[in-house]
Design a protein around this ligand. Structure first.
Ligand code: GLU
Length: 322
């Protein structure tokens, strides 16, 4: 069974790009008679809020994107809010440590910034140079005993390649030597996005992930985590950006960029659905340009027809559907 998910971070109002991501995942699940999962990624405690989490769910409901599993109590893979999943993550931190695939890192922000500067000056890609990977266990124990609080890094296997077929962009290959050992637990003990997102997709048995292309570079890292832990990986598809009419990524300055704003302006959910389903995705057949309801939009949705080129937000088109 197809299982997709929408995994927003409740750090602000939902903008068009996120709403479209939710829509595509919902349409795909619906077409395949699978399930859409709503997972709240609130690992960034300082920026996340309960209010945004509620507004987000209310907006999705208004738009007509309905999930089968999520924080409102539906589904057998919960909890669906990451801040409630600490004990699950802890188990996998321990496994990684036992496998020798993670290590404590004491480097300060200032030290890391200095490394980056030097690497850039040498014309090298900035990445963590592995300073703490070489620490002896006695040194680690002594530093922890002295009160230092290390972060935890994933130990990337040197000299390997990570290849996957992106549902939108086709075959992608990354070289592990270009990827520095990355943080999976911050020094304050909180889990990093990179880690939780990978673990949860596996534990929630997600089969397909459609998400913004800003996450493409995270995918090899997340595949590494899942592979080392012997977990399953979903198929990933990275959606191209939405641009404003000036060619810059869509933002507040292009007018209404949040669902809240568009709603306040009086746009109707079905007009937005008809518009967004065609924003970077093409319908085919004689009814391609017809006004469609949810089931029709879902029936005609095909990840193979997600466009690689960026989509342009065109208010005239939105008004046409309205
Ligand atoms: N919480 C991430 C975001 O809002 C989700 C990334 C993903 O879909 O994997 O960008």
């Amino acid at each position: 069974m197809i299982r997709t998910r929408f995994a927003p971070s409740p750090t602000g109002y939902m903008h068009c790009g996120n709403a479209r991501t939710a829509l595509f995942n919902g349409l795909y699940a619906s077409k395949e008679k699978g399930a859409l999962i709503l997972r709240i990624e609130d690992t960034d405690h300082a920026r996340s809020s309960n209010e945004f989490m509620h507004v987000l769910q209310e907006n999705l409901g208004w738009l007509g994107v309905h999930w089968q599993e999520g924080p409102d109590g539906k589904g057998a893979h919960g909890p669906y809010v990451q801040s409630q999943r600490h004990s699950l993550y802890e188990n996998y931190y321990q496994k990684l440590q036992a496998l020798g695939k993670s290590y404590p890192c004491f480097c300060s922000d200032a030290q890391l910034a200095m490394n980056r500067k030097l690497q850039i000056a040498r014309g090298e890609p900035p990445r963590y140079p592995g300073t703490c990977r070489k620490l002896e266990s006695a040194t680690v124990a002594a530093r922890i005993a002295a009160g230092e609080k290390p972060a935890t890094r994933f130990a990337v296997t040197p000299g390997s390649k990570i290849t996957f077929t992106d549902l939108v962009k086709g075959e992608q290959t990354f070289v592990s030597d270009d990827i520095g050992d990355f943080i999976i637990r911050r020094a304050d003990g909180s889990a990093s996005f990179m880690f939780c997102n990978a673990i949860d997709d596996a534990l929630m048995e997600v089969t397909h992930v459609l998400r913004g292309e800003d996450h493409l570079a995270n995918t090899p890292r997340q595949l590494m985590i899942q592979t080392v832990l012997d977990l399953t990986s979903p198929q990933y598809g990275h959606l191209s950006l939405i641009l404003g009419d000036d060619g810059a990524p869509l933002s507040k300055r292009h007018g209404s960029a949040s669902l809240e704003d568009l709603r306040a302006e009086g746009f109707l959910p079905l007009a937005l659905l008809n518009y967004m389903a065609r924003l970077g995705h093409t319908y085919t057949g004689e009814h391609a340009n017809d006004f469609m309801n949810w089931l029709e939009l879902a029936a005609g949705f095909d990840p193979a027809r997600l466009n690689r080129a960026p989509a342009r937000f065109d208010r005239h088109q939105l008004l046409h559907w309205q």
